[in-house]
Design a protein around this ligand. Structure first.
Ligand SMILES: [Zn+2]
Length: 62
């Protein structure tokens, strides 16, 4: 598999290290954000490249 690995970082995407399992793309659009327990939020994200959706959990800072 020939993945193009560009190291572009977008300022609006602060969730680093997340990678699409389908295409390896690191750019995700947030579909919705939902608060959950422990000061965390659950984010539904959609890959900008292939459209695969996944849910991430992040801690809210500040
Ligand atoms: Zn993808």
């Amino acid at each position: 598999m020939n993945l193009v690995n560009n190291h572009l970082r977008q300022p609006d995407d602060n969730h680093r290290g997340l990678e699409c399992r389908t295409c390896g793309c690191k750019h995700f659009r947030v579909v919705y954000t939902r608060p959950c327990r422990g000061g965390q939020v659950s984010r539904r994200r959609e890959c900008r490249h292939c459209g695969r959706r996944m849910t991430t959990r992040e801690r809210v800072i500040g």
